[in-house]
Write a protein that binds this ligand. Structure first.
Ligand code: FAD
Ligand code: DLZ
Ligand code: SF4
Length: 506
């Protein structure tokens, strides 16, 4: 039986289930750079360069281990440009009898693969992706009959299931969640260590040249390029995070500073999402660091919650709710994405900083994505379709399974409250408290209305007023309407006029 094993760009793990029983003497492993995947949205140049380089390095590793790897480069003459076309070609070239693949992480790709068996008249086995710590079926059982889903309760189940930070049946330290200790504003004299940096090797340099040539009209910069592109390097990046940043991760998780894109975050999502790192190994090293007394509990729990809780919860939600989730638009938002999301050309300093950092790094940390870039799209009523597309394009860690629930559920509340109990809407006060962006802004954070007032301040109220019929019955939002109703009528009028003017010129 001659088997073709297809490895997708986000399946770069030697332990991937499709390779479990691979025979190096007989089987063919297929990896392909295809036009369809690079252009179904116009991914950030650095994202494509990163993934192609990581794929080429991974193919080399498998070859070195003795496997027969068929690696199709983007510019290969015969490249058909699609997974299906390349599988079909490989089947005829190698006289293949069956295809094995690990379940892809995107609904779009899974749907395509499900048609292959019939079209190719060959057995196509789709295996579970056991790199994740819960299965879509397990999540669906947990979610059954719940009207609203809450990450916190799912996370507790995952802590128990994997026995992470547990003392028998109780959470380490007596509490499940130390989120309240994760909201320190940034101190002026914070010393932030450099992120992991890796000089581009020959493979990466070749790929950067390819991307600059083939995807010149895509958003973003290829250089400087410093990402890890091999498993060994990704492990070094993990190690560096544990040594230098993790102890402050919890404290400054929500903090933002001008010209400091990396803060105390891990910058590991790129590697986790393409398979160079495995979620459980990251969780385990952090748990060990806590028990070895190298880091405080709020740092360990805060980080583990992100991977064991949020990451798994988001993935479960994606598979539970697709394909309908991609169409959700609770507020009936209609606006197009402002041009400055691509250029950074805005007088709002917080947004300018976050867009320019995204353009350069294909990275922004969670609070920049949520409370600056995301908050603005929520308040101004940008259509979820455009917001989802932007987030899928611009971040090197973006794949639909993780991007879509974060955008549709978390920032836009477009699912009507299935993921979040209330919209993450905020005025400029939040940004001012958690960052130093407002100091260098053309707008005045202290002003609530008027020409030079911070737009977030009036847009926040305008959003609430516009969507009163949908939000007033929400107990966590309700009191805001009482505050608004008590406001001076002239102030209410001014809020609406300022907002209208701002939105018109948007
Ligand atoms: P850290 O802050 O160091 O967190 C550690 C890890 O926890 C991350 O690497 C990630 O694997 C996981 N994690 C944390 N929060 C989440 C979350 N909400 N959902 C899933 N995993 C999480 N993350 C992506 O991996 N891909 C995306 O396309 C993506 N899009 C997002 C869009 C929006 C609007 C928002 C608000 C969040 C998005 N996130 C996404 C989640 C989160 O912002 C990133 O995982 C994080 O910023 C990556 O940087 P880091 O590795 O330094 O994370
Ligand atoms: C994101 C991406 C890009 C840009 N290019 C490729 C590619 O050429 N070949 C490939 O195998 N994978 C690529 N990927 C990642 C896929 O989009 C991802 O594996 C699927 O969407 C399943 O999650
Ligand atoms: Fe952003 Fe408003 Fe602060 Fe300017 S004043 S940086 S727009 S929050």
């Amino acid at each position: 039986m001659k088997t073709l094993r297809l490895i997708l760009g986000d399946q770069l793990s030697k332990s991937i289930s499709s390779l479990n029983d691979a025979k190096s003497s007989e089987d063919v492993i297929l990896m392909c750079e295809v036009w369809d995947e690079s252009t179904y949205v116009k991914h950030h140049k650095k994202k494509i360069a990163f993934l192609f380089s990581a794929m080429r390095h991974f193919a080399d590793t498998l070859q070195h281990d003795g496997y027969k790897v068929e690696y199709i480069q983007l510019n290969d003459k015969e490249n058909t440009g699609s997974f299906y076309g390349e599988v079909k070609r490989a089947i005829s070239r190698y006289k293949i009898n069956q295809v094995i693949i690990t379940m892809p992480n995107e609904y779009r790709v899974l749907n395509d693969i499900k048609t292959w068996e019939k079209k190719l008249n060959i057995s196509v086995e789709i295996r579970d992706d056991d790199r994740f710590l819960s299965t879509p079926e397990e999540f669906a059982t947990w979610a059954k009959k719940k009207k609203q889903l809450r990450m916190e309760f799912f996370y507790r189940e995952m802590r128990k299931k994997h026995h992470i930070l547990m003392q028998n049946d109780s959470p380490e330290g007596g509490q499940w969640n130390y989120d309240k200790e994760n909201r320190k504003p940034p101190k002026r004299d914070l010393k932030i260590p450099k992120t992991y940096e890796q000089e581009p090797d020959k493979i990466t340099q070749t790929v950067i040249a390819l991307v600059n040539q083939q995807f010149a009209d895509h958003f973003g910069d290829t250089e400087p390029f410093y990402f890890a592109v091999t498993r060994k390097q990704a492990l070094q990046a993990l190690n560096l995070f544990i040594q230098e940043r993790l102890s402050h991760f919890g404290d400054y998780q929500d903090a933002m500073l001008e010209n400091e894109p990396w803060m105390f975050h891990s910058h590991l999502s790129f590697y986790l999402n393409c398979g160079l790192l495995l979620p459980l190994e990251c969780i385990k090293v952090v748990e060990d660091a806590y028990y070895e007394k190298k880091i405080p509990l709020n740092a360990a729990e805060g980080f583990i919650r992100q991977i064991l809780g949020w990451r798994e919860y988001i993935r479960g939600l994606y598979w539970l709710k697709m394909p309908d989730y991609a169409q959700e638009n609770f507020f009936n938002a209609k606006r197009s994405l402002p041009e400055f999301y691509w250029s950074g050309d805005t007088k709002m300093n917080c947004l300018r900083q976050c867009v320019l950092e995204t353009q350069k790094n294909a990275y922004a940390h969670h609070i920049q994505r949520l409370m600056v870039l995301g908050n603005f799209t929520l308040l101004t009523g940008i259509h979820p379709k455009y917001v989802n597309e932007w987030y899928l394009i611009v971040y090197a860690d973006a794949y639909e399974w993780v991007e879509l629930p974060n955008v549709t559920g978390m920032i836009l509340f477009a699912d009507g409250g299935y993921l979040a109990s209330k919209p993450y809407a905020a005025s400029g006060n939040y940004i001012n408290k958690m960052s130093n962006y407002c100091k260098n802004c053309n707008y005045k954070i202290s002003k609530k209305t008027g020409e030079d007032a911070c737009p977030f301040n009036y847009l926040y109220w305008d959003f609430l007023i516009r969507n009163r019929d949908k939000l007033e019955s929400n107990q966590r939002v309700n009191m805001l309407y009482r505050t608004y109703d008590k406001m001076d009528k002239s102030k209410q009028k001014q809020i609406q006029e300022d907002s209208q003017k701002f939105l018109e010129q948007l």
